[in-house]
Design a protein around this ligand. Sequence first.
Ligand code: 5GP
Length: 209
Amino acid sequence: MSNKGILIVISGPSGAGKGTICKALLEKNQYYLSISATTRKPRAGEVDGVNYYFMDRDEFENKIKEDDFLECAEVYGNLYGTPRSKVQAMLDSGKDVILEIDIQGALKVKDKIEDGVFIFILPPSMEELKQRIIKRGSETPQSLMTRFKSAYQEINYISTYNYAVVNNTVSDAVNKIESILMAERCRVDRIKEKILDSKEGLIHEQLYD
Ligand code: 5GP
């Protein structure tokens, strides 16, 4: 599968700061952040169609049957899935697309989209991770423990990703991700067709359009 835009997959343990980093990336860049579907109930302040497409299990399972998801997975007892058609349309139009998804989902995407860029966000320390989840205040003591225990297991999967970014500060993490993506846009295997097709000589716009 060859895409015009770059598919960027961002994963990491709950509390590592993926959401904040994605938001900051979007404020500075023209990326499209895919909106996932989920069976999880909305948290305070979350809006349907903005944070997630909230739906019940029946509706979600119908969408699985209709092959509407690029990937889907069960995370902490709820189903989450990436709508396929919107993501593909954005990539085809040349837009870089961010998926903020869990590790199971990332592995499925890796099988389908080989030239995706897979980035794992790490907290500065496990203690800091715990404090961040507590501070967020959206979890029950039990779901807090589940998320914290999962973090240890999830970090074992880091070798399936291309890049690891430690979230010491959001601006530092964002700078690193922007640098990664700049380097990815210069990779010969991404742009060689454009180079070889170019009859008029190489100009910047032709390479990076
Ligand atoms: P939360 O409930 O905190 O919003 O998300 C829980 C986990 O589900 C996070 O690790 C998040 O990255 C992951 N997630 C969100 N959307 C998707 C999705 O479409 N697919 C998969 N596989 N995971 C997702």
